[in-house]
Write a protein that binds this ligand. Structure first.
Ligand SMILES: C[S@@+](CC[C@H](N)C(=O)[O-])C[C@H]1O[C@@H](n2cnc3c(N)ncnc32)[C@H](O)[C@@H]1O
Length: 213
């Protein structure tokens, strides 16, 4: 990881306090709108007995919903180790700890050893500088779907991300957020033999599902 993305750079932002905040939000309101859209689409395609691989799954809220919707198991690869206490408690509370394996590391570095029916990148592409590397890793590990959410390429969103990055710079934080070009994301998927089968969007986010054709 010499050229990018130290775990400590991620753990500075995606820390235990952030994990507690995500848990409160999930327990109060359930999944965010984009996460719900991805789970609903994946469920409509049939999750029973499917294996799932998630990159950057945070506290594991999506993992809970996918298992509840019929998925057999999930492997999560997360750069920040700071979510683990909250995630472990959440999965135990839901009675599904034995169906979720959580690993710490850069997904792009381990994806070649992993395979699953469906791969999920929910709000992760925006947190990694190398969109193509992430997408290609996800697609190489997936035998069926890759479900992803990423920011919309709009001035208002780009301005917000630029302000957030300015704040990270002021406090000398290593982390930066990215609005990767959605057309380039689709082009990368196509280059790997995947087509778009679902697209949804709200004010700030795109939710897209790609399928191996
Ligand atoms: C905005 S958070 C989203 C967490 C969760 N998916 C959610 O929506 O609540 C982005 C997460 O992606 C993780 N991440 C970014 N790039 C990653 C990579 N290459 N491999 C594994 N995790 C990554 C970060 O550590 C962070 O926890």
């Amino acid at each position: 990881m010499a050229e990018c993305c130290s775990a400590s750079g991620y753990e500075d932002l995606f820390n235990a306090k952030e994990a507690e905040k995500s848990l409160r939000s999930y327990e109060k309101d359930g999944l965010d709108e984009t996460g719900r859209a991805l789970v609903e689409y994946m469920t409509s395609r049939g999750l029973k007995d499917r294996t799932i691989l998630e990159a950057g799954g945070g506290i594991g809220a999506l993992q809970v919903e996918l298992i509840k919707s019929g998925a057999a198991s999930v492997v999560n690869v997360e750069l920040s180790g700071e979510y683990e206490a909250v995630a472990t408690a959440l999965l135990a509370k839901q009675g599904i700890a034995d169906r979720v394996e959580r690993r710490i590391g850069d997904f792009t570095e381990v994806a070649a050893e992993l395979e699953a029916d469906d791969v999920v990148l929910h709000r992760v592409i925006c947190c990694y500088p190398f969109m193509e590397r992430l997408m290609i890793a996800a697609m190489s590990a997936s035998s069926r779907l890759v479900a992803a959410s990423f920011p919309r390429d709009r001035l208002v969103v780009k301005t917000r991300v630029a302000l957030e990055n300015a704040w990270h710079k002021i406090r000398s934080a290593e982390f930066r957020a990215y609005v990767h070009d959605p057309d380039a994301i689709v082009a990368t998927a196509r280059s790997q033999g995947f087509g778009v089968v679902f697209w949804d969007r709200n004010f700030s986010w795109n939710a897209a599902v790609f399928e191996r054709v």
